[in-house]
Write a protein that binds this ligand. Sequence first.
Ligand code: HEM
Length: 171
Amino acid sequence: MPEEIETKDDEGLVDPISADPHFDETESRIGIWGHPAHAMTVAFPVALTFCTLGADALYWLTGDAFWARAAVWAAGTAFLFGLAAGLTGTAELLMVPGIRARAAAWTHFVIAVLLLAILGSNWGYRLNGYETAVLPYGILLSGFAVLVVSVTGWHGGKLVFDYRLGTSKGN
Ligand code: HEM
């Protein structure tokens, strides 16, 4: 098999993962007219997570209840759009053989599930009084969420631009 020959190392050993005939088949399957749904949905949770921290900071600075209300809406929509991104990403992971085969894709899944747990907590915590929730725990959760969403988004970009996940029809 040509794939086996290509994946042999200096000692003639074969990597069974990269020898999988579908290893290079990573083309996205979830999309609208070939436009990948995961890439379209991820922008919303990323932006809204940053907005939540911004609104919390402005509430801390001004004491204006408007910002606490803006924060609870931003936190809720970040979580709901995050779930949508999680669903499209999980469908790609399970349906595309070249994505399923790579450990890096599963690492992204684990980081993203942690992120969804933080986003859900940040929203749920605010539902019993959005103003009192901001200081200190709301803003701390928002800061943590910004950190984790940055890692998740950066890692997702690596999957696409370094590993070519979502883009290759295979050999
Ligand atoms: C929870 C399960 C998730 C899984 C299994 C998953 C899986 C993937 C996969 C396989 C890719 C490669 C491109 C593709 O095939 O679509 C990707 C890209 C990406 N992911 Fe996720 N993902 C998940 C959640 C998230 C979340 C919650 C975020 C951020 C809020 C995120 C951010 C990204 C970004 C920014 C990219 C790069 C998109 C691009 O530049 O085209 N992912 N993800």
